[in-house]
Ligand binder design. Structure first.
Ligand code: SF4
Length: 177
């Protein structure tokens, strides 16, 4: 399937993890949304490629996510998938509520199969989401480029990007090589 053959989410989430130690720096809350058009071979979360996997998102779940982020030991929120940028009805709402509640005191990390260059020139809602993110891990997982123990990514093509620096400079700026 082409990355340009984009499908929009149906408002489902696959999972919420209250204490993740691997989805970014520090102890984090992780939200996994459902549905991804990329269908990467070797995908780490095949079940969540389905757009109706899991349960419908709700205001109650939003409050649960925000409450889980409150303790001081929680560094921030991570959003994974599925594809967060094919679920902007959920992810933009969560990101906006997260920023409203915590400002810049906690960080927002997002994993996507899209490239930063594409997202920085994309539709309004997707760009709004991008502009709220601290760290973006971009690009599809490519099995042939898999390498163990890469920081926060699975294959060598993926990048760990400092989004705010990248938007300022108009080109991707690496956060962790
Ligand atoms: S972009 Fe991520 S979630 Fe989507 S198929 Fe690829 S590895 Fe799986």
């Amino acid at each position: 399937m082409s990355a340009l053959n984009i499908v929009e989410g149906r408002g489902y989430i696959a999972k919420i993890e209250q204490h993740s130690f691997v989805d970014g720096e520090g102890v984090r809350v992780s939200l996994y949304v459902s549905g991804c058009p990329f269908q990467c071979q070797g995908c780490y979360n095949v079940a969540a490629q389905n757009f109706t996997y899991g349960e419908p998102f709700s205001e109650t779940l939003l409050e649960e996510i925000l409450a889980s982020c409150e303790p001081n030991y929680i560094t921030g929120l991570s959003i994974l998938g599925g594809e967060p940028f094919c679920n902007v009805d959920i992810t933009l709402k969560v990101a906006q509520a997260f920023r409203q509640k915590f400002g810049q005191r906690k960080t927002l990390w997002v994993w996507t199969g899209f490239l930063f260059e594409y997202l920085s020139r994309t539709t309004n809602k997707r760009f709004q989401l991008l502009s709220l993110i601290d760290v973006l891990i971009d690009g599809p997982f490519i099995q042939a480029l898999y390498q163990p123990n890469l920081p926060y990514k699975g294959s060598l093509n993926q990048r760990v990007i400092d989004v705010q620096a990248s938007l300022n400079e108009g080109k991707p700026v690496t956060y962790i090589a």
